[in-house]
Write a protein that binds this ligand. Structure first.
Ligand code: SF4
Length: 66
């Protein structure tokens, strides 16, 4: 079995310019550097009004009422 830190999938955060990965001995956490959002979002994030694609692509359409 690997001793590599476990990393939960971050959902949208994994494709966002505001994501920073914070490694610890046992886990890798997603930190958000967007000041309007929680510093440590509950991942996987499926919808986020502050998402900005890291690859310069299009943000997914916002659901009605979001
Ligand atoms: S802005 Fe939203 S999608 Fe981007 S890292 Fe923060 S919580 Fe995740």
């Amino acid at each position: 079995m690997s001793n590599a830190p476990r990393r939960m999938p971050g959902g949208l955060c994994d494709r966002c310019v505001f994501q920073r990965l914070v490694p610890t001995r046992r886990s890798v956490f997603t930190m958000c550097e967007e000041p309007r959002m929680p510093r440590y979002p509950a991942v996987p994030v499926m919808r986020c009004p502050a998402f900005v694609p890291a690859d310069g692509g299009q943000a997914p359409p916002r659901p009605a009422g979001a």
